[in-house]
Design a protein around this ligand. Sequence first.
Ligand code: HEC
Length: 391
Amino acid sequence: MMTTTKWLLVASALAALPALPACGGGSDTNNPTADANTGDGGPVDEWDQRLGERQYDYHAALRIASLRLQGELPNMTDIATITAAADVAGQKAAYETLVQKYMTGPKFTTQMLSYWRDTFKIGGTPAFDTAPAFAAQLTVENRSYLELLTASTGNCPTVDMATGNFTPADCASGAPANVGVLTNPSIMQSFNSNFAFRRVKWLQEAFVCTKFPAETAAPVDVGNPTNLYASPWAFTSISGLETGRIDFRDVSAIVCANCHSSMNHIAPLFANFDDRGMYQPQIAVKTPVEGGATAKITDYYPAGETPAWRFGKPTADLTALGAAMAADPDVTDCAVARTWNWALGKTDIVDTLQVVPKATIATQVNQFSANGHKLKDLIFAVFTSDDFTKF
Ligand code: HEC
């Protein structure tokens, strides 16, 4: 199964080589010898050879960089600075100067706003643009990605598209404290649903780049030998019908708890936002029971349980949740993988499972972490990497 998948990936990557910058050059993840191919010849050698043959092409890279960062093709003057360079080193220097230039001004702001609208799946009106605008501001100003999860002020700015400038403002959901986009009222409104589960799904997909289940453990039989439970949480850490009104411990058809053990510990933190995204003093989200009754904490989990980002990472409130997420390496990986996919023209990382091998982005992940999670520096690192500039 695994082998087949990898072979298919390699085959399609090879087919795409002439048109697109290849990613994952030589990483073990893309190397099928690890699984099956022990003989000489065959796709693995061709793959390595083709990657090895790639040459720097700063004209081609500039074309893509300009489209992504400015939304238009490079002008003749910019192209000429690369053509005029005496050698590859000169071309590289000229290209890098242009990438820096393309990451300034209103066109870059516009591109970043649409990137973050796509990422957050929201936007278009000033109210619904506050989360993408905040992320765009962090990018344009080369601030930390982690502010999306930790900022206690300035998390709902407005943007002037003509100048590309931002005006800071605090989100006004009424939450006890502001926490980046986690207390953005438009996000809360847009992803409102029963039990606040859609807000949790949004959080997982936007910041971890994967769907639920989010946590796994060795599978165990919890009452149905054909449907095993595979989460680190105690099976009884979420409610069944003994303590709540929904049987999250059902194992008859699927094991709800494989997803809901994580989800039911996160969702209560978002449950006080009502259907307009306004924070209420008590739980405001509905349930599918009794024709739409309001959720109770005991529907999520039994007495004694508390909210948590992950098993072993309790988070009493949204500020703690944001801090736990900011410290989670999966969140950092996701930010880099998304930037990578966007640069290389891939489709949405969650919806189409365009997963980037960890080894491919390891250099960028390490730099990003060591360098304060600065967004503009990340974009520069990706757009000037060998995988972007070699064809
Ligand atoms: C693969 C992960 C997964 C499994 C397994 C799973 N759920 Fe969910 N569940 C979700 C997600 C994600 C949502 C939010 C979906 C959305 O609103 O877009 C959700 C939403 C719900 C909701 C709210 C739906 C509504 O009325 O809007 C209920 C209730 C629920 N799940 C109960 C269950 C039960 C009971 C089971 C087992 C029979 C189960 N889930 C299995 C992931 C899962």
